[in-house]
Design a protein around this ligand. Structure first.
Ligand SMILES: [Zn+2]
Length: 247
């Protein structure tokens, strides 16, 4: 049984049996993997704080014949989300990343671009500035999953969209011009529409110096979350929690 190793980010854990944990983790080389961490609850030493969701670590694990779950042997922390200050907003943003990735990523399918996106937004997610990385991740995950329409043109007629006249429907795909605006549509503000176009061309770090009150980009986040939820066919619990925080 070969032991594999990869850079990884811990997504979620569930207790199973007496002291074992099932760990969902996103590896750079093998994609999302689920494994059993034997006695993880009993022997804290082996995994230490590495099982905290959104911990960046080096993982060692072994595939087991005819078993869906791998055997997770070791996680060596590269960077813990708890090594920098936390508050409710930052923790909820981190759980949003974990929930979306755990739900959306296929098992055992390497997703290098998504992995790089995740590492870049983790670097940016601070107590001072949680909303930029949240917006950036939401927009890019929507695009990488093939759910983002052309942001520059109306989905119905193909005409160039105009700032301040763009709308979307939470029930269906697309961005629409003033002519094709549906009665129940929500507006995508000029700032959010321009942000979306800029974010598709620049790294997350390029936006950190701008003023980001929590409402900035809220409509853009709602637009992307609606697309993700339609695709996943379920509500994202952490998105609701973010909504309660005013994000
Ligand atoms: Zn149109």
């Amino acid at each position: 049984m070969a032991v594999l190793t990869s850079e990884a980010v811990v997504l979620r854990t569930w207790p199973v049996h007496e002291a074992d944990l099932i760990v969902s983790f996103f590896t750079r080389d093998y994609g999302k993997v689920r494994g059993v961490a034997k006695s993880a609850l009993k022997s804290r030493k082996r995994f230490g704080g590495a099982l905290e969701p959104m911990t960046q670590a080096r993982a060692w694990f072994a595939e087991r014949p005819r078993q869906e779950l791998v055997r997770l042997d070791q996680l060596e922390i590269v960077r813990s989300p708890l090594s920098t200050p936390v508050d409710q907003a930052r923790l909820t943003v981190l759980s949003f990343f974990a929930e979306v990735l755990d739900e959306a990523l296929p098992d055992h399918d390497p997703q290098e671009t998504v992995f790089r996106l995740l590492v870049s937004v983790l670097d940016q997610t601070t107590v001072e500035q949680p909303w930029v990385p949240l917006t950036y991740f939401s927009l890019w995950m929507t695009r990488l999953m093939g759910l983002l329409p052309d942001v520059a043109h109306c989905t119905a007629c193909g005409e160039a969209l105009v700032a301040g006249e763009v709308s979307f429907n939470t029930q269906g795909d697309g961005l629409f011009c003033a002519v094709h605006r549906n009665g129940s549509a929500s507006a995508l503000s000029a700032d959010s529409w321009q942000l979306a176009q800029r974010m598709l061309r620049a790294p997350a770090s390029a936006f950190a110096a701008e003023a980001w009150p929590r409402r900035r980009g809220q409509d853009l986040r709602r637009f992307t979350w609606a697309a993700l939820e339609r695709h996943l066919e379920r509500k994202l619990r952490s998105a609701e929690a973010l909504g309660r925080l005013g994000g």
